[in-house]
Design a protein around this ligand. Structure first.
Ligand SMILES: CC(C)(COP(=O)(O)OP(=O)(O)OC[C@H]1O[C@@H](n2cnc3c(N)ncnc32)[C@H](O)[C@@H]1OP(=O)(O)O)[C@@H](O)C(=O)NCCC(=O)NCCS
Length: 190
């Protein structure tokens, strides 16, 4: 007999109602924001803002879209950088590390608010995700990206499509761009 506490599906459904999602990227005045000094692990309460940030770039076709279901289920992969505006915390950058195999993890959804780009936040996120990868024993990082210059500056190297590890293709088969991929595959031994 099942004795576990029933899950309140009504609450779950209410929480996921699309109209409760703020889908507009807030304007940020770089002069008024006090940035945190280092990335931190993402929390459930960050998902709304992470999704907004990622999907702002996805709508310009420079990143893959990530919906709330994916972000909730992958929250432990993600880190964020926040800042405070008038005492209120806002997510200004995010990125994920998804383990694919014993020696390989993929960097996913790295996004920095447009008002705060080119100030080192993207580099800080990659450094923190790399540290996590080393801590858990992964020794190679992979990324598919439309910003190869950014990853090149962080010592990633472009990889031929033929040399891309098979486990990456298994992931690619879930991607809407599978038959017409315009992204560059890059890899780094860490
Ligand atoms: C790409 C992105 C994450 C970079 O973040 P950022 O905070 O602006 O980058 P940083 O300031 O940490 O830059 C680190 C280095 O990369 C370089 N760089 C940054 N963006 C670059 C780009 N698009 N092309 C080439 N080099 C770039 C910087 O000049 C810097 O080099 P330096 O250390 O020699 O000065 C950010 O521009 C962004 O969110 N872009 C839109 C979304 C996107 O394309 N994400 C990547 C998808 S996987």
């Amino acid at each position: 007999m099942c004795t576990s506490t029933p899950v309140n599906l009504a609450n779950t459904a209410t929480a996921a109602k699309p109209q409760q999602w703020n889908l507009h990227l807030p304007e940020i005045d770089p002069e008024r924001i006090v940035l945190s000094t280092s990335p931190r692990d993402a929390m459930i309460s960050d998902v709304n803002e992470m999704s907004t940030l990622i999907n702002e770039f996805a709508s310009a076709r420079i990143m893959l879209a990530r919906g709330p279901l994916y972000l909730y289920q992958s929250i432990q992969d993600y880190m964020v950088i926040t800042g405070k505006i008038d005492g209120q915390e806002v997510v200004v950058a995010c990125g994920g590390l998804h383990v694919l195999w014993e020696d390989l993890a993929e960097i996913r959804s790295v996004a920095v608010h447009p008002a705060l780009q080119n100030r080192g936040l993207g580099g800080l996120l990659i450094a923190a995700l790399t540290k996590n990868a080393k801590r858990i024993g992964v020794n190679r990082l992979f990324v598919f990206t439309l910003a190869p210059g950014f990853f090149q500056s962080l010592k990633f190297e472009e990889i031929d499509r033929e040399s891309i590890p098979p486990v990456v293709w298994a992931e690619c088969s879930k991607c809407p761009k599978f038959y017409k991929c315009d992204e560059t595959g890059m890899i780094q031994n860490i």
